[in-house]
Design a protein around this ligand. Sequence first.
Ligand SMILES: NC(=O)c1ccc[n+]([C@@H]2O[C@H](COP(=O)([O-])OP(=O)(O)OC[C@H]3O[C@@H](n4cnc5c(N)ncnc54)[C@H](O)[C@@H]3O)[C@@H](O)[C@H]2O)c1
Length: 330
Amino acid sequence: MKNRDRKIGCVVTGAAGFVGSHLAERLLSENYRVIGVDNFFSGRKENLTALWKHPDFSFHERSVTEAGLLGDLKAQYPDLECCFHLAAIVSVPYSVDHPETTMEVNCQAAVNLLGEADHLGFGAFVFAGSSAEYGGEQRLPLKEEYATEHTRHLSAYGRSKYLASREVAERRCGVALRCFNIYGPRQDPTSPYSGVISRFVALALQQQPLTIFGDGLQTRDFIYVSDVVEAYLRAASLCGKATGGGKNPYNIGMGKSTTILELAETINGLVENHAGLAICPERPGDIRFSEASVDAFHKVAGWEPRVSLLEGLRKTIAWARASQEASSQP
Ligand SMILES: NC(=O)c1ccc[n+]([C@@H]2O[C@H](COP(=O)([O-])OP(=O)(O)OC[C@H]3O[C@@H](n4cnc5c(N)ncnc54)[C@H](O)[C@@H]3O)[C@@H](O)[C@H]2O)c1
């Protein structure tokens, strides 16, 4: 996806969300036109603060489930050639309670947008898949080929992402990225279903104990948001090319696992929170261990994570501290 000779327009669905807003900012900094789409289901207007001011940013408050969405946008922005589709229902418990809505938003809308992108001749369609596509898979590190039709998905979220990723990967213009646990500034800590890092940082800054479910030895693969954004850009460049032995969909993670206990202790140490930990009973349905194999995307796109967990945590804490201070100003 080269942008040297003329401006290329990109749709970012989920632009008011955590990852989508970072991606939109990066695309603008690389001289792309960005058309953000979001219905604020979980996204926030504050996430668009830096974007509003930019002359190459436009925003449409619409749902990705609306028929003909990309065609309408293409009619308004003829330079549109690329779609980063991140909008989704992201709460796993919500998806368990609302499987049909989740399938409609996370899978059917993605398939419809992909079909439209193909029909309109878009050069790239990059989809936000998820590590939840591996369900209860226990072989580690998780390799792309482990997610199959027979995978026992633990939620409608995991199933919907798997089905959509598979469709995207089959199209010439499509690449799906199976992201592991993304963290960084602007991740919403207020929902009980938010990423564990945003919740731990918020609690630590309030000098409150960090809640651990079970023995804390469960692991996750945490990846900083700027590394994920870089992966999205590289994925767009791969779209439409024969990727020589590629394993589309591709995993995006650090390729390292961290225990929740270690994470909590590190955050308490960095924030100087002396309230310690609150140990609660294990949550049924939580996966025990997670770690990505990231060789495939490295091989096809030369991508590798650059931000260490410690550095990423420092940046996230600095942002959370600054936003807490800003919100406490009269
Ligand atoms: N954060 C993570 O750890 C993680 C990990 C793997 C995959 N992902 C995927 O990355 C994407 C972005 O996640 P995020 O963490 O930024 O979550 P987020 O909730 O901040 O962003 C999702 C955005 O989609 C919007 N949205 C939801 N339904 C919509 C609809 N019908 N029409 C238009 N917009 C709609 C929401 O309002 C929100 O702004 C999602 O697809 C998610 O499944 C995230």
